[in-house]
Design a binder for this molecule. Structure first.
Ligand code: FAD
Ligand code: SF4
Length: 287
């Protein structure tokens, strides 16, 4: 169960070249939101753009294709997307809200739907929750230090950051590519991530990440009935190319291995904390 419940899992990428051009992986998140918006499944989506400093995440509500596209790409910091849910329904008047987030944010959404304290009238308005895989996250200062001090690049010159193949990669607009071994990045991780037991966003309607699929493609878990309906309609509309997951390398085996590694390592940390009386009750009820 380290991969959570799902109906289908495939390797996929968007068929829209404009989406693919600046997307992090296969453009799954952007393509799904655009399709959902254009076909009435959502009337806006809470996405993560860039704020007042280079690569500092800023959540906002996208109600057009252009605004959804403007959020393409991964920002390796916490983006408080959940804090915009009320704003989306009240100030923007959305009745069908799309939202993207990390596994912990998917948990917060589902918890908010079950116990809507402070989220009154909101639970039924979450129309599509897309989870992204997440091994760890970083405070903004840490990303700055990694990019500027370790990789020797200016934040404003960075085109893309990526974690993959055992390294943290920085790509600049001028074509520089710098990679750092993960043993350098570990100490910069956000400490809260070390008690996290979900790698593949078990609670999204659909969840996606690069791991398991070839470069430029994404691994996609379709988890809920709602997710399945939107996914099947998007496939029928020609939005995605897909390949069965058992026909791609490294495939589900690597996703399972990494999920197991995250959970085992963090469980050990939780137990260690429990031994001195902290967070005894922490657990993931889904595994
Ligand atoms: P795109 O079409 O490019 O769209 C990206 C979407 O992600 C945008 O809608 C944007 O709003 C949203 N987004 C960007 N940054 C954030 C953020 N900080 N918080 C919430 N939403 C955001 N994938 C793996 O396979 N393995 C990993 O270990 C892994 N770790 C990750 C760690 C972090 C902190 C984050 C944010 C993502 C991680 N991912 C990981 C997911 C991966 O980097 C891509 O986000 C995912 O594959 C979606 O790619 P895409 O081409 O479909 O998205
Ligand atoms: Fe959230 Fe877990 Fe990712 Fe940290 S590792 S950002 S707690 S999902």
């Amino acid at each position: 169960m380290v991969l959570g419940k799902y109906k289908t899992v495939v390797s996929a990428r968007s068929t829209d070249k404009e989406i693919l051009e600046k997307s992090q992986d296969g453009g799954i998140v952007t393509q799904l939101f655009v399709f959902a918006l254009e076909n009435g499944y959502i009337d806006g989506a809470i996405v993560t753009g860039i704020g007042d400093r280079p690569w500092k995440p800023r959540p906002y509500i996208a109600t057009t294709k252009e605004e959804i596209l403007a959020a393409r790409g991964t920002k390796y910091n916490i983006s408080p997307n959940i804090s915009w849910i009320k704003e989306a329904t009240r100030s923007f008047g959305l009745d069908k809200v799309g939202i993207v987030g990390t596994p912990c944010q998917m948990q917060a959404i589902r918890k908010g739907q079950l116990y809507p304290i402070g989220l009154r009238e909101v639970p039924d308005k979450i129309a599509l929750a897309i989870g992204i895989f997440c091994m760890e996250n970083f405070p903004y200062k840490s990303i700055q230090q990694l990019v500027e001090d370790h990789a020797g690049q200016k934040m404003q010159a960075v085109k893309k950051m990526e974690i993959g193949k055992g390294k943290f990669w920085v790509y600049t607009e001028r074509g520089n590519v710098v990679s750092l071994p993960l043993k350098i990045t570990h100490k910069y991780e956000q400490p809260g991530c070390h008690v996290c037991l979900d790698y593949v966003a078990n609670l999204g309607d659909i969840s996606t990440g690069s791991v398991g699929s070839p470069d430029g493609w994404s691994t996609v878990f379709i988890r809920t009935k709602k997710g399945e309906e939107i996914w099947n309609r998007a496939i029928a509309a020609g939005c995605f190319e897909t390949t069965p997951i058992d026909q791609v390398k490294p495939g589900l085996e690597l996703v399972t291995k990494l999920a197991n590694e995250k959970i085992t390592k963090n469980k050990k940390y939780i137990e260690e904390r429990a031994s001195y009386g902290v967070n005894k009750g922490l657990r993931n009820p889904y595994i």
